[in-house]
Design a protein around this ligand. Sequence first.
Ligand code: SF4
Length: 241
Amino acid sequence: MKTSFDKNLSTEISEIFSSLQGEGPYLGVKQIFVRFGRCNMHCGYCDELERMKEGAFTVYPLEKLLGEVDGLELERGPHQAVSLTGGEPLFYTKFLKNFLPKLKEKGFTTYLETNGTLPKELAQVIKWCDIIAMDMKPASSTGDRPFEKEHEAFLKTAIQKDVFVKVVVTPETKVDQMQRIVQIVKNINPKIPFIFQPLSDPLGISVQSLKLIEQEFFSLAKEFLHDVRVIPQMHKIWGVR
Ligand code: SF4
């Protein structure tokens, strides 16, 4: 889809809402979610693929978006953080360079949910990011290409902030790819929290994915990393966004 707006001062947003964080070690805190439209990846399990294909997002000028964040904080706050999610927020770095400083001026904690594949873009905005929820994506989980080099460069930059790594495990996730991901994290800092997220399915959690984690991946990771956990996507089980 053609875009014809100033990418420094406007962006593509699919939704803004207040809810509970449903993933990772910040599970259960209340956040404002700002969901950016597009992504540079195409994961087979992505909840947002249809919306991205349809281009179902709205162009938001900076001041309007800030106003909606302020409004949610007033009506539904206090929130622990503003979560930048997607899509891929770092796909919109030009905008983030203007948006994030404003959020920090207003006193918000910023929580970047990212696929961890755009290290140069992260470097441009990391000074305004407080928490980085970084996915690492085995190609066998996503059906997309491998991103190990990008993940390594990304984590080397992200380590200066409060970062954790999350890996979505599907029944197709391959052991050798998981081993390489674990080694990347170990070589940067084995204390980085490392979360296995079993694939969600209509019944809640994919039992096959959970078995794979329990029987193979957990011990594989725990041999090298200090803080390994299994946390499913709880917002789907709670029935919230
Ligand atoms: S990186 Fe995230 S938003 Fe992008 S396609 Fe994959 S699951 Fe969807």
